[in-house]
Design a protein around this ligand. Structure first.
Ligand SMILES: Nc1ncnc2c1ncn2[C@@H]1O[C@H](COP(=O)(O)OP(=O)(O)OP(=O)(O)O)[C@@H](O)[C@H]1O
Ligand SMILES: [Mg+2]
Length: 432
């Protein structure tokens, strides 16, 4: 019926056809495929206001971008715009930080309200985009279960990590110990040394090792037992639900997604727990790229970077370590990242410095935009007397949902972008 090899042969189509879950997507997929060709490693993301040309991101080098925009400005929408076409251009996408339960819905095609923002065939460009859903595979940590009553997340999306997924640093993060004493560090290292060798598979085995250990200081033991009890009773570590396997999902043509809905609500240790989960997933993805298990370019969109990679030098966590490792190591592996921030002051400088693009909306504070231009687009820094009014004028010329694009390598502002819409469903804000 369908020719599996029609498109990149990476299993996506096979998934859609075999599952038969979303006839509408399949139909759209085929219609789109006949008319549009995204193969050239160029990702269309919007129209340049000044020239009316399509603006492309180049996916042949590891693309790193960050956005600084207040709530409701369109960061998530824009992120979806980028990753939906990245996927259709032959790239892989993994979403480890869905803090607002938004990306499960990408399984459906874009709704009618936004269709007008897709690229249409014209004399200027050869597109005729149609909405299409993405094969998302979502996981929801069991420890957040009590927080999802209002979100109605299906039971079959529940997941849990196993002891063998953890490093010593993850365990300290889970336990909320961000400044471990040397004794604690030593004790945890010893336990997780056994985990690494495969000698420990469950927390009760770990407990026995600690009880018997003569090298772990007695004073450290109660703390470790306590942390183990808590992560077990909170369902963070356990065997009841499957573990997410992002790498396998990607190989099978899915876009895996870790839904962390509830993490932003106040409560216990959910940020610590989520941090360890995100770290585990990022390490798996990086290893799979480095070992060649995932050969295609990979894009990792990161929401809520402020929480998972806090700027503050005191708040270290395993997700922070993993995000900064990824930043450092990802260039040679062609792993792209999109970092979403509410505010420029939330962002660790090392992240911004290492981005090729910075996207900024009109509602940023003038002072913040001045600082960003001075640091990352110095070619646009003019005479200090006029600079501030120049920046204010630039902002007031921008329309809602437009993005100023700073090219960090070139050190200048290169365009004002009117974003096109994602191809997949965008979950509208629900008034709270
Ligand atoms: N380019 C656009 N064109 C039209 N509408 C848009 C566009 N971008 C976003 N929107 C609308 O604005 C709303 C908010 O967008 P979005 O959820 O992406 O904001 P956000 O910056 O991610 O906010 P938050 O920080 O709260 O997550 C969306 O529900 C959508 O209706
Ligand atoms: Mg958002």
């Amino acid at each position: 019926m369908y020719d599996k090899d029609l498109w990149a042969g990476d299993g996506t189509l096979k998934y859609l056809v075999d599952q038969g879950v979303n006839d509408y997507s399949i139909r759209q997929f085929f219609e789109r495929e006949e008319t549009i060709n995204y193969y050239r490693g160029k990702i269309p993301i919007g129209i340049v206001r000044e020239t009316n040309d399509v603006f492309y991101l180049n996916m042949n080098k590891s693309m790193r971008a960050c956005t600084f925009a207040k709530t409701g400005t369109g960061k998530t929408f824009f992120m979806q715009t980028i990753f939906s076409r990245y996927f259709y251009s032959g790239g892989k996408v993994a979403i480890p930080t869905d803090v607002k339960n938004e990306f499960r819905w990408c399984e459906k095609p874009l709704q009618n309200d936004f269709k007008q923002f897709l690229l249409r065939k014209s004399t200027r460009y050869d597109y005729n985009e149609l909405p299409s859903g993405l094969p998302i595979k979502s996981y929801y940590p069991a420890f957040l279960e009590a927080y999802n009553q209002d979100a109605d997340i299906p039971k079959n999306e529940m997941c849990q990590m196993r002891v063998e997924n953890l490093t010593a640093w993850d365990f300290l993060t889970l336990a909320g110990i961000t400044k471990a004493t040397e004794q604690q560090r030593f004790a945890v290292d010893e336990v997780f040394g056994h985990v690494k060798k495969g000698n420990i598979k469950t927390l009760s085995q770990a407990k026995r090792i600690i009880e018997r250990s003569t090298t772990i200081p007695a004073a450290s033991k109660p703390l470790l037992f306590n942390a183990m009890r808590t992560v077990t009773s909170d369902m963070v570590i356990g065997e009841k639900y499957p573990t997410p396997n992002f790498v396998k999902d990607i190989q099978e043509g899915y876009l895996p997604n870790l839904n962390l809905y509830g993490i932003l609500k106040s409560g216990k240790n959910f940020k610590h727990y989520s941090s360890a989960y995100v770290a585990i997933i990022l390490r798996q993805l990086y290893a799979a790229k480095a070992e060649g298990t995932i050969k295609e370019p990979l894009l990792i969109p990161l929401e809520e970077v402020r929480t998972l990679c806090p700027k503050d030098s005191d708040s270290n966590s395993s997700s922070k370590e993993a995000i900064l490792d990824l930043l450092r190591l990802s260039r040679q592996e062609n792993i792209g990242q999109i970092y979403n921030f509410q505010d420029v002051n939330d962002a660790a400088e090392v992240i911004v410095k290492n981005c090729n693009y910075i996207f900024i909306p009109r509602n940023i504070k003038t002072e913040d935009l001045c600082d960003i231009i001075k640091s990352y687009a110095p070619k646009n820094y003019t005479n200090p007397y006029y600079f501030k009014s120049h920046v204010m004028r630039m902002k007031s010329n921008m329309k809602k949902f437009e993005w100023l694009i700073l090219d960090v390598e070139r050190g200048e502002i290169i365009a004002t972008l009117r974003p096109i819409a994602p191809l997949c469903y965008h979950k509208p804000e629900t008034p709270s």
